[in-house]
Design a protein around this ligand. Structure first.
Ligand code: COA
Length: 228
């Protein structure tokens, strides 16, 4: 029981840290739909793990009606998940969310319809997903990644990266601009044909030198022979 109260305290403190508009813990506990959705989900997930699928679904549907946030009872959610505003969020059955993540309204952690079994994304720790972003498929979004508002993410996002756009692409790696083309040295590019040609020329020069030496040697021997 004490552990649960500490966890709830941690969750409410996370809202205070993440949301500048959040005031007291009591207000957050009583009035924030994200907190209610997570608490309902804990119950639904417990029922789901104990194969009470219908009851689990009842709880999650009630939660959806009450909060506007739809979390499938099978989804795995880490500690201190902050759901800001929340309305319109959908989290699929096989989605996994690490600790200290932040989701804004309208986020979908969904499937593409092509996969079976694990078909929803896995978010690492401290991942932020902006409002309206869709993360679709059974891939991983690494720790500390940031998904921009409105992005549609269809493949894995490495840790510490910011992904934006439709389909999403990485624009920042650990806060630095990620224009990989700029990092390629386009002036001193290797030319394999030129390299082979240079190697053949060097060999030719070596053989010419060898033949010259042989020629001079034979001439010396000839002249030495004629003198004797
Ligand atoms: C992506 C985001 C997290 C900023 O991340 P960041 O790592 O600090 O990146 P920057 O702000 O430096 O932006 C990086 C680039 O992405 C672009 N970008 C930022 N947000 C974008 C978005 N939502 N869609 C498309 N491009 C976006 C920027 O213009 C910038 O482009 P540039 O490289 O051409 O300059 C932020 O813009 C965002 O979308 N936050 C979500 C917030 C939200 O949903 N709020 C809802 C409150 S209710």
């Amino acid at each position: 029981m004490a552990k649960r109260v500490t966890r709830l305290g941690g969750l409410l403190a996370a809202y205070q840290r993440r949301d500048p508009a959040a005031r007291s813990k009591l207000e957050i506990f009583l009035l924030y739909p994200g907190v209610h959705a997570v608490l309902y989900h804990r119950v639904a997930h417990w029922l789901y793990r104990h194969h009470r699928f219908f009851l689990a679904r009842c709880v999650s549907q009630w939660s959806r009606f009450w909060t506007g946030i739809e979390i499938h009872p099978g989804a795995t959610i880490g500690h201190r998940l902050v759901i800001d505003h929340g309305m319109g969020i959908v989290i699929g059955e096989t989605a996994e969310i690490g600790d200290d993540c932040l989701l804004y309204q309208g986020v979908t952690l969904g499937g593409t319809g092509k996969d079976k079994g694990k078909r929803h994304p896995t978010l690492g720790n401290n991942v932020m997903v902006g409002s309206g972003a869709k993360v679709l498929g059974p891939f991983t979004v690494g720790d500390n990644a940031r998904i921009a508002a409105g992005a549609v993410v269809l493949s894995a996002v490495p840790e510490d990266c910011t992904a934006v756009g439709v389909p999403a692409h990485v624009v920042r790696v650990a806060g630095k601009i990620a224009t990989f083309a700029d990092e390629v040295d386009q002036i001193s590019v290797r030319d394999p044909v030129e390299e082979k040609l240079n190697a053949a020329l060097s060999r030719l020069e070596f053989l010419e030198k060898l033949m010259d030496e042989q020629y001079l040697k034979s001439r010396r021997e000839e002249s030495a022979g004629s003198e004797t």
